[in-house]
Design a protein around this ligand. Structure first.
Ligand code: AMP
Length: 551
């Protein structure tokens, strides 16, 4: 049917991050920005930051940064990094946050692929640069994110120091007119398969995503919050928090390079009245252990956002018992990253509510989701049984990668293929079964490595467990568990005990062929289980084990 072509009469207001900067300047002057640096906790306010953001933009212009140029950061969560989050996109350039936990060859690939022009680097990270000597020719200027003379690094462009750069500029910067389609920021995927790929966020996508993060049904960030993003500022845009805090006017607390240390997180949370934490499950496993050992509690924290990997039931229950409420969220670098959030409303029994909080939740308002059969591409029903690949579309979902890699990630009808396999129930709750590449194919049937991991991690003596499928002559693949025993039970858990524990909790043919005890599950640069490393080092499955377990 022909649609009438009468135009709406509303303003064509460009959705840009300059609006967030405007709010900070006009409304949130007094709100605090706190950072733990090596020499103690530094305190500033948005009001004090605004002239510095202007100066930073002036400095970027002076050193030759033009609209569209990529400005890279290699930095922890801190106040200077936040200034870059605003100055770079608002002056028309593209903020490229580099993951400082990557191997040098990955960093080299990423910097060259993005053709970064300027590199801002924290002092403590300088040693990481050594292996990149002579290999990142696009970088014309390096800036040390510190005060005082920067050390000369042989073979690199001369380094300026951040504070001297800012000192030479004015408190006012004539911000240019930004079009909402312009690139604002860039983040590479973690590259668990093949090379990392650059996701390029636009001002428009960041603006709308920020509004999404603020919604009560999503992360629900408000002006009353004091937010400690444990999630690094280089991981998927720090889950949108650097702009959400500015838009809402929330206080922000950065743990700097102490983000992985539960004691620092607890101390900062206590001192700064933190209400909101965000990070991956491994961080909360460490925090829960520390709280149990120290007897400390964080009664002011009302939300602990947990995403990046599935939340194990044992972790959710432990955190509940410590008074910390996990809000489970799913997303990916390509989805800015907010995709879905597991909020549960009234009318459920406690058991049902727990089950729903453990799902990946319901898709965020603004994003559409479907699951499709990997073989036929057909859409599957939301019946809580059928599972297939999650595909999403919406204003903050990627439509492609920098330099055109992997064009097949977008379906012909414009949906983004996530590579995650899930069921969706009739109410829209998503249950991720696995990544397409991690799902174990045994005798023609699928075993969910994630569900098996969760079942093993429910064992009271086991702290962490990762499951991979290893080749098997008869069944194609069989599951093998890599488990880390809690320190107090070291040497006291047997393979048989774990298998006995699993009986009745998972299908018989899901029972692992082997349980291998290790000291630590290898982690990726953003703290997820690194199954690629486990697979690479895995010895073949022993002959003749657990015959009864097989289908
Ligand atoms: P990244 O782009 O590094 O954030 O990785 C995104 C991937 O992490 C997703 O495609 C999922 O496989 C996984 N992931 C993120 N959040 C969750 C979650 N809540 N549950 C299960 N997997 C998750």
């Amino acid at each position: 049917m022909e649609v009438s072509a009468v135009e709406g009469l509303m303003q064509d207001y460009e959705l840009s991050l300059q609006h967030v900067l405007w709010r900070i300047e006009r409304l949130h002057q007094k709100k605090e920005v706190v950072t733990k640096w090596d020499d103690g906790v530094h305190r500033t306010t948005y009001g004090e930051m605004v002239p510095r953001i202007n100066r930073l933009a002036g400095a970027l212009k002076r050193i030759g940064v033009k609209p569209g140029d990529r400005v890279a950061t290699l930095a922890w969560n801190n106040d200077r990094h936040l200034e870059l989050y605003y100055a770079v996109p608002c002056m028309g350039a593209v903020l490229h946050t580099l993951n400082l936990r990557l191997f040098p060859q990955h960093l080299e690939f990423i910097i060259n692929d993005a053709e970064d022009k300027v590199l801002f680097v924290d002092q403590s990270i300088l040693p990481l640069l050594k292996p990149l000597l002579g290999k990142i020719p696009s970088i014309k200027t390096m800036v040390l994110m510190a005060e005082g003379p920067a050390p000369a690094l042989d073979g690199f462009p001369e380094m300026e120091d951040y504070e001297t750069l800012l000192a030479a500029e004015s408190d006012d910067y004539p911000w240019p007119k930004i079009s909402e389609r312009m690139a604002a920021a860039m983040c590479y995927t973690s590259g668990t398969t093949g090379n990392p790929k650059g996701v390029v966020y636009s001002h428009r996508s960041q603006f709308i995503h920020t509004m999404g993060v603020l919604q009560g049904d999503n992360l629900g960030v408000t002006e009353n919050d004091a937010i400690l993003p444990v999630v690094p500022m280089f991981h998927a845009n720090s889950w949108g928090l650097p702009y959400a805090i500015g838009m809402a006017g929330a206080k922000v607390v950065f743990a700097g390079r102490f983000s992985a240390d539960p004691k620092s997180i607890v101390e900062l949370s206590e001192q700064e009245d933190v209400t909101f934490l965000a990070g991956v499950p491994t961080v909360w496993i460490g925090l829960a252990n520390y709280l149990k050992e120290s007897g400390k509690r964080l009664p002011k924290v009302s939300t602990v956002v947990c995403g990046g990997s599935a939340v194990p039931q044992a972790l959710m229950e432990t955190m509940d018992s410590l008074g910390l409420r996990i809000l489970h969220a799913w997303g990916m670098t390509e989805t800015s990253p907010l995709g879905s959030v597991a909020r549960v409303y009234g009318g459920h029994t406690p058991e049902e509510a727990l089950r729903l909080r453990l799902t990946q939740g319901r898709v965020a308002p603004g994003v559409e989701i479907r699951i499709t059969d990997p073989a036929t591409g057909e859409e599957l029903p939301w019946d809580g049984v059928a599972f297939g690949e999650i595909q999403v579309r919406g204003p903050w979902i990627a439509r492609g990668y920098h330099n055109g890699y992997d064009p097949d990630k977008l379906t012909e009808d414009g949906w983004f293929r996530t590579g995650d396999v899930a069921r969706i129930d009739a109410d829209g709750y998503i249950q991720i079964v696995d990544r397409t590449k991690d799902v174990i194919k045994s005798g023609g049937e699928w075993i969910s490595s994630v569900e098996l991991e969760n079942a093993v991690m429910a064992h009271p003596k086991i702290m962490e467990a990762a499951v991979i499928g290893l080749p098997h002559p008869k069944w194609d693949e069989r599951p093998v568990v890599y488990a880390v025993v809690r320190p107090e039970f070291k040497g006291q858990v047997t393979e048989e005990e774990v298998r006995e524990f699993l009986k009745g909790k998972v299908a018989k043919w899901w029972l692992p062929d082997e349980v291998r005890f290790i000291d630590e599950v290898p982690k990726t640069s953003v703290g997820k289980f690194d199954k690629k490393v486990l697979r690479a080092g895995a010895t073949p499955i022993k002959e003749g084990v657990t015959q009864e377990a097989r289908k």
